[in-house]
Design a protein around this ligand. Sequence first.
Ligand code: APR
Length: 321
Amino acid sequence: MKRHQTCGRCIMDKKVTVIGAGNVGATVAQRLVEKSLCDVILIDVLEGVPQGKALDLAEAAPIEKHDSMIMGANSYEESAGSDIVIITAGVPRKPGMSRDDLLTINSRIMKSVVQEVVRYSPAAILIIVSNPLDAMCHVAHEVSGFPRSRVIGMAGVLDAARFRAFIAMALQVSVENIHATVLGGHGDTMVPLPRYSTVAGVPLTEVLSPERIEVLVDRTRNGGAEIVGLLKTGSAFYAPAAAAVEMAEAILKDRKKILPCAVYLQGEYDIQDLFVGVPVKLGKGGVEDIIQLHLTEDEMSALKKSAQSVGELVNALKRLA
Ligand code: APR
């Protein structure tokens, strides 16, 4: 196996830094190493926490049968030269909070994190997970100065996975038979697209009545809040982590996989200078293509409405600055 060039300690030829060693970050780190995708540096401000979780994961390696290196740190030196940096740092939602309530605190955290990332890993591809997602992507893009191909938000993969899970539960079929497309911002205005969602290749609109589809769409839109309501002390992390790792894997293995992600649109879908979820092709260059779907008037106006609410958050960010 080729050794990563920039870090004497690394074993694999790819290196991923995960910022935030909380529920999402630690689960991302676990999945990355247990899939033998890369070495992982886990960073958090809490002293001992990333080191302790990394050591715990390293001690699971003999049982899980992988040789990926994982280490924890409170500073960024060890992260130097990362291929991908996944940012989960921030505070999660509590019951009654919307993702947007996190704006002020998480935008400050995002800014300070990205400044360090740029210093140590100027060629990295950023995968943003912290909420409110689309606004945090905006901060990361602006602060990093990276091209839009290297700043990607994790939202659509998670929202589509939730939609797929709910469709599979409703039809009592394997989740593997279900494909789903969800566009728009990662919030209540997201746009699940039944017309572009299929059950073993058959459009969902031919399998379920509009009323039953609407129930599933509604549950998808509120999927995050449903889990916050159950957990009470935090927000979802298994599915968000799985979604971020699917994106990272597509990039690390240059899969050219088409996945819905938040990207900076510059005229695509008639949306200008905003991060909005659309299907993109992910490969070693990050976002290698933005796929333009043909939308009906209704779908287009729902997407525009979603983009508008992202725009309002970005304006709120500017007022905070
Ligand atoms: N640098 C590094 N880590 C930080 C920083 C910082 N500046 N500020 C906070 N953190 C860390 C916290 O110490 C904590 O360990 O981020 C971690 C967040 O973990 P959790 O509180 O468990 O939150 P989690 O459920 O992982 O969610 C993280 O992802 O899905 C989103 O909405 C969610 O924005 C939230 C983020």
